[in-house]
Design a protein around this ligand. Sequence first.
Ligand code: SF4
Ligand code: SF4
Length: 275
Amino acid sequence: MKVFVFDLDRCNGCHNCQVACKDEHCGTSWLPYAAEQPETGQFWCKVDEEVCGKVPHVRVNYLPRLCNHCDDAPCIAAAPDAVYKREDGLVVIDPASKHDPEALVASCPYGAIYVNKELGIAQKCTGCAHLLDDGWAEPRCVDSCCTGALRFGEEGDFADEIAQAEVLIPEAGTAPRVYYLNKPRRFIAATVVDIEADEVVEGAAVTLMRVADEATVATARTDEFGDVWLEGLQPDRYRMSIQKEGYLELFQEFDLSEKDGSVPEMRFYRMPVLA
Ligand code: SF4
Ligand code: SF4
C-alpha cells in the first residue's frame, strides 16, 4: 500500500507540485481514472502558505495538501458505488459513475473534493493512478519536487519516518495515507533594545517559562542583532524574562494559543545609578 510523505523542512514553496498537477490533469482526460480538470477552481494538489509573526520576525510556512487517500474514507461511505479504494491504497472517484457531487464534497473533512459543474461530477486527486498503472513509480507532483520534500512509495519503506510523522486533522479519524514530517510549531521572537543608548543588546540571558506550571521550557541569549528566537513551542501561555548585568530585569507574557509571538522592540532600561 502506498503513502505520501511530506517533509515540511525541505519544502521551499516553489509550487512545482501544484503546477505539475495542473499540467497533468487540465486539458487531458485520463479515463477511466479521471475526467479533465477545469482550468480554474480546482486544486487537486495545493500549496498553502501561512505568514507567521510580525516584521522583522517573519516566517512563511508552506503546507502542500492533496487528497489523503484515507483508509477509512468518508467519501467512500457517502457514495460506495462511485468511490473506490484501489489495492495500492489510492482512492478514486469513478468519473463515469452516477453520484451527487455536492454530497461528496460535504463528506470530505479535508476539502479535497471539487464539483465540476459542466460535467456534473465530483473530482479530486487520483494519485496519478493512470501513470502508476502505466509503469511510473510516482505521481507527477512527487516527480516534480526537486527538494525531496514530497515522496511517495510503499508504506513499509517509510515505516521509520511514519513513526515520527503527523497527519492532518487526526480527530477526523479517517486513517489518512498522507504523512507530514517537521510540521512547524509556534515561535517567540523579540529584539531587545537599550532604549537610552538606542542600540540593540547582545548577550542578554533569556528564560521562557510556561505560565501554567512555571516550568522552564527554553533558555537562550540575544544575538549580535539583539534578537532571540525560541522555536518549537506548543500553543500555550508563556512568560519570558530577560536579564543582563547593569539592566533592570524585563518580563513579557505571550499567548501562543492562536499565533506566534513577536516583539519588534523590547525596551531594556539601565539600572538607575545611586548617588
Ligand atoms: Fe476521500 Fe477526502 Fe479522504 Fe480523499 S481526503 S480519501 S476525498 S475523505
Ligand atoms: Fe514544496 Fe516540493 Fe511542492 Fe515545491 S514541489 S512546493 S518543494 S512539496
